[in-house]
Write a protein that binds this ligand. Sequence first.
Ligand code: AMP
Length: 413
Amino acid sequence: MSFASLGLSEHLLSSLDQLGYQTPTPIQQKAVPVVLQGRDVVAAAQTGSGKTAGFGLPILQRISQQPAKGYRPVRALVLVPTRELAAQVAEALNHYAAQLPERLKIEAVFGGVSINPQMMALRGGCDVLVATPGRLLDLLENNATDLRGVDSLVLDEADRMLDLGFADELGWILEELPAKRQTLLFSATFPEAVLKLTEQLLDNPVHIEVKTESTVAELVEQRAIEVDRTNRTMLLRHLIDQENWSRVLVFVASRRGANNVAMKLAKYGIRAVALHGELTQDARTKALAEFKKKKFQVLVATDLASRGIDIAQLPCVVNYDLPRSPADYVHRIGRTARAGESGLAISFIDHESDAHFKLIEKRSRQTLSREQIAGFERSPEPPAELEKPKGPVKGKRKSKKDKLREAAARQQK
Ligand code: AMP
């Protein structure tokens, strides 16, 4: 199947040609025609499967068919969960729109940087706005933008946008949008609860490859290495030396952890940088850009970097700490093996995270064999402090029921 057969204009085809996209990916084959028709869509597409073009191309085509004269009301709003993703999606859309006869204005707005340049950029309106919810609300409060003309709303990483963390903000934004509009939800995972929510948001949607189970990217080779918690940094260093990875993205659980691991690797002469939410936006942008440019070999990140971020030729992802949810596991390992490349995802399993990894395996319907690396073998028993019971031992402490029984007995006496 070709892009031309999907009904895209010759201008868009010419942009795709310049980008070297020869054939549409499966999600593009399915999404482009229905989005062009104006239908609502729920699309479960593995991360890295080309979903940005899946919604971006038909939206740009629809807008360019009726170019705005003078003031440009926002016609398409793309909501994303992170600042990095906002910048990335806007950049991709600008590439796709490059050959259109009428220049479209596509802007990204996100928090952590000064609002003034964004307000200036939105003067005179814009055709496509890519935004994180918090900053969009700030801009709406400042009357810097107006969403009453939105024809298409896209929730990228929709499961994250619909979860509780964004619920209030999303609710307020939806109030600013016309009720009659096209709504498109794209995500790699659609937990059952989120699917239920989508019923309220969408009008007779077309479901594309919707799977309620997490789908693990098929081209990613997954390995689970058993190691003691205290040996993880040394093992990471060893693997970086041994395996010749040109680049590796290491996921950790906390901001402090990210700084620590990056600092320790740097001490050993490995070019490593941390990426997490406590850094200034400038530092975040710089860390990611320099990692993409291969100035750094290792990016040590929190889950901030787990969604949507597109890093070409990233051969390896390491879960230094395991992700909290099985869905996050899918998103994290989807950072490698993008656009048809193969990739490797390694998870460190210490005694503390054994049970949690089993849960991740169960949810993603797979069992990985456990490896040990010579010189870093995991000790057979968990460390002593792990065995100490954390709470009171059942049976030793009186239960609430016991106390009530005793009180009743005392009263009877
Ligand atoms: P996405 O899932 O939208 O983040 O896209 C993942 C990567 O695949 C990006 O680097 C895109 O530039 C690339 N890509 C998307 N569609 C195609 C295509 N049809 N042919 C080749 N590369 C593509």
